[in-house]
Design a protein around this ligand. Sequence first.
Ligand code: ZN
Length: 234
Amino acid sequence: MRSWFAKFSVFIAFYAVATVSANIIAPSFGRVPISCLGDGAGNVAVRSAMYCMLNRNYVTPSMLTLVSALADQVDQRFPGTTTVVLDGNFPFWDGFPLLPHLSHADGRKLDIAFFYKDSSGNFVNRATRSPIGYFAFEQPSSDDEQPCDGRRDILTTRWNFDWLQPFFPAYHIEEKRTAFSLEWLTTEGVERFGLEKVFVEPHLKKALGVEGGAIRFQGCRAARHDDHIHIQVK
Ligand SMILES: [Zn+2]
């Protein structure tokens, strides 16, 4: 018991030092934090302070520029809207993945939350259906394209968490803001800010009426993307 406690204390101490030094060493790995305190205009927010405490909020400077520009555009079109971001990357070492996201390993990836409305159809700013922003899935209807239907992959991070779904509030995607964001990302985001890829499930792409070559399907072994949007910059 004692030795367990000693090991745990060492781990906590190490983690605390790593957390504090992350801010200092991140720039040498070309990464910057998305502020958990909100930026100057206050229109970008990290979903939970936990993401920052765990150093999951680091991106490349070009990603920070892109997401800030996106948030400005959304806020201009729909005043009073905050763009909520989820997992970014760790502040160090290219190739060190931010589990469970295997690809979030180089600062160029970021997850963005959907915008939501409550059961009466009113937009709820800064809210997500799931308290961490992940795993509250928008379910496709039976006539939607479902590329992974019927697969039984063992090595996969495409988890459905069916048992979890009833615990989430009856929010729905706020289509106007979410579609506007996707539209902006695949046009100006690509042309002016070096956006390379957006992952979102085919059924949502259809429901939101967005096109654009940058929108891809991530494959059936990667996580579902009907609970959040994943973006990648050059
Ligand atoms: Zn992602």
